[in-house]
Write a protein that binds this ligand. Structure first.
Ligand code: MN
Length: 322
C-alpha cells in the first residue's frame, strides 16, 4: 500500500466545503514531458515547462514525478553525490525506497509515505540512491521531488534537514469522506502538516475514490497547482479533464476542486493527486543545474565554491573513484 493510508476514512476529521467560496478556474494545463535525471532514471517534469514557467510556479521551482516504475534486477538508478545551493529539495516516496545522505550528516531511508525535506541554503552535497537490495532485486518505485525556492535573504541560511516520517503526516478527509488528504507541509482548512517551511506553502497528497469530490479552501495570496500521479478526473469550475502525468495551474479565487473519474485507477483503484501552492517570492531567478540564485554572478560563485570544497566534502568512507 502506498503512502500512509488509514483503513477507515469515515472517522477522520473533515475539511468543510464553503458554499460561497469563489472556486479557482484552471488557467493552464500541461502534459509533463519525460526525461532522464541523475544517473539515468526516468522522470516526468510538469514544471518548469512551456506551460508552467518559473513565474507561474513561484515559490516552487521544479517538480519531478519519479515512476511509477517496476524496476527489474540491476535497473534502479539514483543521483550520486552532487551539490545544491539556494533552495530546498523535498523528496516524497509513495512506493519503494530511496537512501538519502548529505555532507552535513543528514539522511536516511525514505519509504512508503516518508518525506525528506532538505534545505540546501548556503550549500550542501547530496547523495540520492536506491538501496543495494532494491537494485539487486528490482521492485516498485514511485515518488516525487519538489524544489522550493528560498528568498534572497535565506539563500545563505545554514543547511537544514527534516525527516518527516509517514506516521507524522496529518491525515484528514474531504467533506463527504470520499477523499483522503495527507498534509505534508503547510495548512489547509485549519489542519497543519509536519513540514517546517521558510515561506508560507502547502503541499498535499490526496487519494480520491472513484467519483470523489475534493474541495479545499486555499489562501488567496497563494498560487495553486495540481498534478495527477495516478488516474484521471476533472478540475475547476470549467471542468478541465486531467489524467496521469498532467498538471494544472489555477487562477485566482478562494477554493480549488478536484473530482475523480468513475473509473478505478492504478494499484489502489484511486486517483492520486499532488496539490501544492504558496506565497510567491517574486525575485529574479538565476538557475543553473543544482544551483538556484538571484544573479548570474552568484551562479559563477556557486561553481567556484563547490569546486573549492566550500559546500562540503563527500564522506571519505564513501569516495568512489570515477
Ligand atoms: Mn539532490
Amino acid at each position: 500500500m502506498p503512502a500512509i493510508t488509514p483503513e477507515r476514512w469515515t472517522d477522520l476529521p473533515r475539511i468543510a466545503e464553503s458554499a460561497d467560496a469563489l472556486e479557482r478556474p484552471v488557467v493552464r494545463l500541461t502534459t509533463a514531458p519525460s526525461l532522464l535525471e541523475g544517473a539515468g532514471f526516468p522522470v516526468r517534469r510538469p514544471f518548469p515547462s512551456r506551460d508552467i514557467g518559473f513565474r507561474e510556479a513561484d515559490p516552487f521551482l521544479l517538480l519531478d514525478h519519479m515512476g511509477a516504475v517496476e524496476y527489474g534486477p540491476g535497473e534502479a538508478k539514483g543521483a550520486p553525490w552532487h551539490p545544491h545551493r539556494g533552495f530546498e529539495t523535498v523528496t516524497y516516496m509513495i512506493d519503494g525506497v530511496m537512501r538519502h545522505r548529505d555532507s552535513q550528516g543528514g539522511g536516511g531511508m525514505i519509504t512508503d509515505g516518508d518525506t525528506q525535506w532538505m534545505t540546501a541554503g548556503a550549500g550542501i552535497l547530496h547523495d540520492e540512491m536506491p538501496p543495494e537490495d532494491l537494485v539487486a532485486k528490482g521492485g516498485l518505485f514511485h515518488g516525487i521531488q519538489l524544489w522550493v525556492n528560498l528568498p534572497r535573504a535565506l539563500k545563505w541560511t545554514p543547511p537544514r534537514y527534516q525527516s518527516l516520517e509517514a506516521s507524522h503526516v496529518t491525515v484528514v478527509a474531504s467533506a463527504r469522506g470520499d477523499a483522503l488528504v495527507r498534509i505534508i507541509a503547510g495548512e489547509v482548512g485549519g489542519f497543519r502538516g509536519p513540514g517546517v517551511t521558510w515561506t508560507p506553502i502547502t503541499v498535499i497528497h490526496a487519494s480520491l475514490e472513484p467519483g470523489a469530490r475534493l474541495v479545499l479552501p486555499w489562501p488567496q495570496e497563494f498560487n495553486a497547482m495540481a498534478y495527477v500521479l495516478t488516474g484521471s478526473g476533472d478540475v475547476g469550475p470549467n471542468h478541465v479533464l486531467i489524467r496521469e502525468g498532467q498538471g494544472v495551474l489555477f487562477g485566482s479565487g478562494q477554493s480549488l476542486r478536484v473530482t475523480a473519474s468513475q473509473a478505478p485507477a492504478g494499484p489502489t483503484g484511486r486517483m492520486e493527486v499532488l496539490i501544492l501552492g504558496g506565497q510567491p517570492i517574486r525575485e529574479p531567478i538565476a538557475s543553473y543545474g543544482p544551483f538556484v540564485m538571484n544573479t548570474h554572478a552568484e551562479i559563477v560563485q556557486a561553481f567556484e565554491d563547490y569546486q573549492s570544497g566550500k559546500m562540503g566534502q563527500i564522506p571519505a568512507t564513501d569516495f568512489r573513484p570515477s
